[in-house]
Ligand binder design. Structure first.
Ligand SMILES: Nc1ncnc2c1ncn2[C@@H]1O[C@H](COP(=O)(O)OS(=O)(=O)O)[C@@H](OP(=O)(O)O)[C@H]1O
Length: 573
């Protein structure tokens, strides 16, 4: 079936150590892993390539390209796409098939650009090899056609004079050209905007999902081999105006992360990125996502907000951001003493400077007169007791076992980022519900393969890959892909105190109740161990109140709904 090497393109993606080698068969359109037992086909939703003579409307071999007209919307992109770059090239890999009498003879199959202006994306015709195969481990029974928007791809014109800086100037869009914009080597590269985004939540297991999906032969994650670390784009939360949308996109987002190189592009069809803080962006920023990626799909992982907060707190502790005010400093007011504080990620400098910043923060936030010697850095892992103090300190600003936790200007994002419902509501003002997939982290932990299957088959509608062969259970009971670098390298922390857990769940109760509009109550109740007075019976709201006010905020990007001065992003998460 995989007949000749001339029609097959070897695509090496997958595992860092290149354990998986994928072959993309240009004849039958399947991706196969030839390191697995024999030459095993792992993707059975073969593209109808038996009738695919790799013809194109424009040219052969990609030497000639066609510029396509934008058909509407996306004004911010139009200015430079039409003048500086050409839209999707006509080489077969980035094209799709269209059959019928649309401009061609009846029944004729022809290649059309996969993208024609940012709005109309024709579905890629697919033959589902095993249509009944929902139960089959190897084939996705759903995609006919793929449900996923193929995204927007561009090829930068191969003009030596094309430099991003000058293109930016030419289009007259403000002053936001970045220092790294003048790189003519990007000419000719094909770059794609993401077809889908993993928007949150931080500490919801997003890195794991990103890694798994990044192994899929049809998917290319932002950052890929080019970006180290977590590979979070933070594009939409950094863009602060529509004018900057253009320049920043080009220079920082697309160029760095979503370029397809020549080897990959034949097989990789979709790109995606994850930035877990996106979910908490303000409406203006979400509206920008909508303008740039109108048909993007969105994946949101929700973890029990109490567990998420603890994980976030420990993460901050690991990053040396958690400090404690001395208990013994008699000159400090009682409500400050012993306080555990999680500082903004923007806290910079070596020990002394950091300490001074912390003291400035404490004095400003609590109208105190602390001195440098009054604060002490806590080391990872922070204790459950430290977390408990941290949580209880949110109780009206005082250490008070009985007081309800309230939102104050100094409240930490560690807590705020567990308030999911309002954030979801904001996204759904701009995106259709069908574009958003909400998953529970705990369900993922219980069955990773099923979660990935839901994402691929039910939501994205792309074929399954053979993950099962490469999955193993790690020491924490998570299903991981072999050879993948696990993020669980840091020492794990102990369980949180039961009383902290209960306080937190009471605090989140109202928000959780609102979540039932988006997630099956049954699933939440199954996994999140709600307190007895649970949200299902509608019993008693909690005492949480949101207060507006100015917080300590030295890094307000203006794109978040809750800029209260703690870390608002985490490139190095
Ligand atoms: N397979 C699987 N199932 C469930 N949970 C998992 C899984 N893999 C990772 N994790 C846990 O996810 C936490 C990290 O989440 P993120 O990757 O979203 O973190 S980050 O926002 O990118 O920093 C982090 O939680 P904590 O260990 O509690 O901090 C990981 O342990």
């Amino acid at each position: 079936m995989h007949k000749s090497s001339t029609t097959a393109t070897v695509v090496r993606t997958m595992m860092r150590k290149k354990r998986w080698t994928w072959v993309w068969c240009g004849w039958c359109g399947s991706a196969v892993c030839h390191r697995c037992a024999g030459l095993r086909t792992v993707l059975l939703a073969a593209v109808l390539i038996t009738t695919l003579p790799l013809r194109s409307t424009g040219s052969e071999g990609g030497s000639e390209r066609t510029t396509f007209e934008l058909v509407g919307g996306q004004a911010a992109l139009a200015a430079w796409t039409t003048s500086e770059v050409e839209m999707v090239p006509t080489d077969a890999s980035l094209c799709e098939m269209s059959s019928g009498n649309n401009g061609g003879g009846e029944g004729e199959t022809r290649m059309v650009p996969r993208y024609s202006g940012g709005i109309r994306i024709s579905p890629r015709p697919v033959v589902v090899v095993a249509p009944e195969a929902k139960a089959s481990p190897e084939a996705c029974g759903v995609p006919s056609p793929f449900k996923l928007d193929a995204g927007v791809c561009i090829r930068l014109a191969e003009s030596p004079s094309l430099e991003l800086r000058s293109s930016h100037t030419a289009t007259g869009h403000g002053s936001s050209s970045n220092s790294n914009t003048s790189n003519s080597s990007i000419s000719g590269e094909v770059m794609c905007l993401p077809s889908f985004l993993i928007i949150g939540v931080m500490k919801g297991g997003t890195a794991e999902v990103q890694s798994w999906l990044g192994q899929h032969p049809l998917l290319h994650r932002w950052g890929g081999a080019w970006i180290s670390g977590s590979g979070e784009a933070h594009y939409f939360d950094k863009v602060d105006s529509d004018a900057n949308l253009q320049a920043t996109w080009l220079s920082n987002y697309l160029r760095r992360g979503l370029a397809l190189n020549a080897t990959e592009s034949p097989a990789i069809t979709y790109t995606f990125e994850k930035t877990p803080s996106y979910v908490f962006m303000r409406e203006e920023a979400i509206a920008r996502v909508r303008r740039v990626l109108p048909s993007a799909k969105l994946i949101l992982l929700l973890r029990s907000p109490a567990a998420r907060a603890y994980s976030h707190f420990q993460h901050n502790c690991f990053k040396r951001r958690v400090w404690k005010v001395s208990n013994a400093s008699a000159h400090l007011p009682a409500h400050i003493r012993g306080r555990v504080i999680s500082m903004p990620s923007t806290l910079r400098g070596k020990n002394k400077r950091r300490r001074e910043s912390v003291v400035r923060f404490v004095n400003k936030a609590f109208q105190a007169h602390a001195e440098v010697g009054d604060v002490q850095l806590l080391h990872h892992p922070c204790s459950a007791r430290d977390f408990d103090v941290f949580v209880r300190m949110q109780a009206n600003g005082a250490v008070d076992e009985s007081a309800a936790i309230t939102m104050t200007p100094t409240n930490s994002m560690v807590l705020r980022r567990g308030l999911y419902a309002a954030a979801i509501r904001r996204w759904l003002q701009h995106f259709d519900r069908s574009q958003l997939l909400i998953l529970l982290t705990e369900a993922m932990q219980a069955d990773m393969l099923a979660t990935i299957d839901t994402i691929l088959c039910d939501f994205l509608g792309i074929p399954r890959a053979d993950y099962a062969t490469h999955a193993r259970t790690n020491e924490r009971g998570f299903t991981v892909l072999e050879e993948m670098q696990s993020k669980s390298g840091k020492p794990h922390y102990g369980p949180m105190l039961l009383s902290t857990h209960h306080s937190l769940l009471r605090f989140y109760e109202e928000d959780i109740r609102e979540l039932f509009a988006y997630v099956h109550a049954h699933d939440i109740l199954k996994y999140w161990e709600l307190p007895e007075r649970s949200a299902v019976d509608g019993g008693g709201g909690n005492e949480r109140k949101e207060e507006d006010g100015e917080g300590y905020n030295d890094d307000d990007e203006g794109n978040y709904d809750d800029d209260y001065g703690e870390e608002d992003d985490d490139d190095d998460a």
